[in-house]
Design a protein around this ligand. Structure first.
Ligand code: THU
Length: 137
């Protein structure tokens, strides 16, 4: 697990909270922001983007991951997720994060920028189904 400084943690949490302002949340009014740092040191943000057809909504964490992958980045170190009340990543986002590594650190923060929980994808998704399970014998 990478050792993060408090400055690094706060930088990502603040970026995630700034991104929250750009969330498109006319239905839930629950903006979520994510800031994902790659092993190469780049940072990608994401917000939740809702839709009148509710299940079509995309979460902030997956928006950040897909944006990073689109940019050619697949190795992640840490993701900060910010919500008003320190909400935890949903199951689908945990699964998408697991695809790219169980050791990714997850910083869960609230709307004041306070770190509520520091964990890993491994701890958030025990027994994850990963790409290794698809390797043919
Ligand atoms: N949401 C996220 O963006 N990330 C999560 O991990 C949990 C839920 C969004 C989806 C929806 O726009 C709103 O929060 C309420 O569920």
């Amino acid at each position: 697990m990478p050792q993060l400084t408090n400055e690094e943690r706060q930088f990502l949490i603040d970026l995630a909270n700034e991104a929250r302002r750009r969330a498109y949340v006319p239905y839930s009014n629950y903006p979520v922001g994510a800031a994902l740092r790659t092993k190469s040191g780049k940072v990608f943000t994401g917000v939740n983007v809702e839709n009148a057809a509710y299940p079509t909504t995309m979460c902030a964490e997956r928006t950040a991951v897909f944006t990073a992958v689109t940019a050619g980045e697949k190795e992640f170190e840490v993701i900060a997720v910010a919500t008003e009340n320190g909400g935890s990543p949903c199951g689908s986002c945990r699964q998408v994060l697991a695809e790219f590594g169980l050791d990714t650190v997850v910083l869960i923060a609230d709307g004041d920028g306070k770190l509520i929980q520091e964990t890993t994808v491994r701890d958030l998704l025990p027994g994850a189904f990963t790409p290794e399970h698809l390797v043919k014998k």
